[in-house]
Design a protein. Structure first.
Length: 145
């Protein structure tokens, strides 16, 4: 019994390690349910979005849910970040979802979405899933799970 437990725990630890630093998995295009439970624990670290690929251009970061990018501006500018993100890094301890459509009234976000495991990053949101999924200039909402 003790030996089996050890193997199981080792497998879990390895699974977590393999997630860190890997590219996020993009979900296929299509409507999301928006029903994923929203976490209540504090987010540690920040999630960064960038105006251009490879983490360049203007930048902005989040450490909590924000369902409406249209009223957010790139750091040091007066330009909205809405529909202008081309790369992103999840430097938090939580899963983060970027959604295509925000919600100004605080309701569910919707549309295409990309999920980022903790510690993951995407140098080009236009080339996800081996180039089969284009999320370039689409992000309008972020939800931490
Ligand atoms: Ca906002």
């Amino acid at each position: 019994m003790r030996r089996i437990m050890g193997v199981a725990l080792g497998a879990v630890a390895l699974g977590v390690m393999s997630v860190m630093g890997t590219a996020p998995s993009a979900l296929a295009a299509g409507p999301s349910t928006g029903s994923a439970a929203v976490g209540t624990a504090a987010v540690e670290g920040r999630f960064w979005i960038y105006e251009w690929p490879n983490y360049t251009g203007n930048e902005k970061s989040y450490n909590g849910n924000d369902r409406y990018f249209a009223n957010d501006e790139w750091d040091g500018t007066s330009v909205s970040v809405d529909n202008l993100s081309s790369s992103a890094k999840n430097l938090t301890n939580r899963w983060a979802y970027l959604y295509q459509f925000g919600n100004s009234s605080g309701g569910s976000c919707s549309g295409d979405y990309v999920k980022f495991p903790p510690g993951s990053q995407a140098p080009d949101l236009g080339q996800l899933n081996g180039g089969t999924f284009d999320f370039n200039n689409k992000a309008s909402c972020i939800i931490f799970i």
